[in-house]
Design a binder for this molecule. Structure first.
Ligand SMILES: NC(=O)c1ccc[n+]([C@@H]2O[C@H](COP(=O)([O-])OP(=O)(O)OC[C@H]3O[C@@H](n4cnc5c(N)ncnc54)[C@H](O)[C@@H]3O)[C@@H](O)[C@H]2O)c1
Length: 365
């Protein structure tokens, strides 16, 4: 099996966790049954087969640095999984800034916020071609509409697959999806649904309530965290698509939509000392037999960024399988399984079955 050649856009906490996690599995080897993965071997590809060949960022503490150092540069603050990353031979390149950094981010101390470098951007298409990248992981901040579109355009120009881990709607936009389909480039997006995060949990419990005949009245999902993702989302004007992505992910599992006013879901506050720890507070109110009230309160605490690595590692390998099989356009099953805002919402248990069929080649996408 050939290696899967990755380009990373945004060497933040998620990218850092993914690379550290890959190193963790590389060292665990095949003797021990690997834990914490949905698939160790996916269609013949293993964690060892992923290789980063180029990386873009705009932060002065990351650009021009070897990738293995940039992963630990501030303001990254996720838990350390593997401190001794190998020498990848990849230098982080200056990307195109556009709307990547929100104005309010400049009001915070450098160790907690982005510090854009004053350097000219490299030629993105040229770097992608030179490196032989096959799949681009887009880890840009929420609200970076123009920047994401710019990198998506570079994918279209160079034939690179886009794995859009954040909530700017590209793969789930019929216009963009048609362009990728026309050029036979497989893509997955949008906005990662973490391995065991607030979205998948909320979906599962709401579905359970509905299936047991409980009339759903109100629900909220409040999330707090102390990483740059949460700091960035203090600017409510950047949040539109994130709220839509998270809310639709929950509404779509219900047999009957709840009135929007009764569903409140979103990032709620930035608590610096939490760092990359995310806490989710979930409440569901309903009515059971003969209208008798039932309430559920739940609190979940997770390390945010490794939680995305646990699904991205599968989406990457499905994209590679599609490239091997010359399939282009959005991959419906793996997108529904791993993304909050896929082109098509499918209940998680059915999406999971379809992913297995996709891997075995029984279905095309
Ligand atoms: N579990 C999760 O952590 C999770 C789940 C779903 C979605 N996401 C989304 O994934 C994205 C990445 O999350 P993160 O925690 O790694 O964020 P982060 O803030 O740690 O990293 C973002 C990186 O992008 C860089 N950047 C900003 N503008 C850029 C540009 N124009 N070009 C290149 N680089 C640029 C920043 O310097 C930073 O290194 C966010 O949008 C987040 O909402 C994360």
């Amino acid at each position: 099996m050939s290696n899967i050649r990755l380009a990373i856009v945004g060497v933040g906490n998620c990218a850092s966790s993914l690379l550290q996690g890959l190193e963790y599995y590389r060292h665990l080897g095949e003797q021990t049954r690997p834990v914490g993965l949905m698939h160790y071997d996916l269609g013949g590809y293993r964690p060892n087969d992923l290789e980063v060949v180029c990386a873009f960022d705009i932060d002065s503490r990351k650009v021009g640095r070897p990738l293995e150092e940039a992963c630990f540069a501030p303001p990254n603050n996720t838990a350390t999984i593997w401190s001794d990353l190998p020498h990848y031979g990849v230098t982080v390149q200056m990307g195109e800034l556009h709307d990547g950094v929100a104005p309010h981010m400049r009001d915070y101390p450098p160790e907690r916020t982005f510090v854009p470098a004053s350097l000219p951007p490299v030629n993105i298409e040229e770097e992608l071609r030179k490196s032989g990248a096959e799949i681009m992981l887009c880890y840009l901040p929420v609200g970076s509409q123009k920047a994401v579109e710019r990198y998506a355009r570079a994918c279209l120009e160079t034939g690179v697959s886009l794995l859009n881990c954040m909530p700017v709607f590209i793969v789930s936009s019929p216009k963009w999806a048609a362009e990728f389909t026309a050029r036979r480039i497989p893509v997955v997006g949008d906005d990662v649904k973490s391995q065991l995060g607030s979205t998948i949990l909320h979906r599962a419990i709401m579905k359970l309530f509905a299936e047991r005949g409980i009339k759903l009245k109100h629900t909220y999902q409040l999330n707090t965290g102390g990483n740059t993702d949460f700091l960035n989302m203090l600017d409510r004007s950047r949040l539109g698509s994130k709220r839509q992505s998270k809310t639709e992910a929950v509404q779509s599992v219900l047999p009957e939509r709840m009135p929007d006013v009764n569903v409140h879901i979103g990032p709620s506050d930035y608590v610096p000392w939490q760092k990359d720890n995310k806490v989710c507070f979930l409440r569901i109110e309903g009515e059971g037999f003969a209208g008798i009230p039932i309430e559920l309160e739940l609190r979940m605490s997770v390390e945010d960024s490794p939680n995305s690595g646990g699904v991205v590692i599968d989406a990457i390998r499905c994209l590679k399988l599609a490239r091997d099989r010359k399939i282009g356009g959005p991959l419906i099953s793996i997108a529904a399984y791993t993304m909050k805002h896929p082109p098509e919402q499918i209940p998680d248990n059915i999406a999971r079955e379809r992913v297995e069929k996709f891997i075995s080649g029984e279905i095309e996408r």
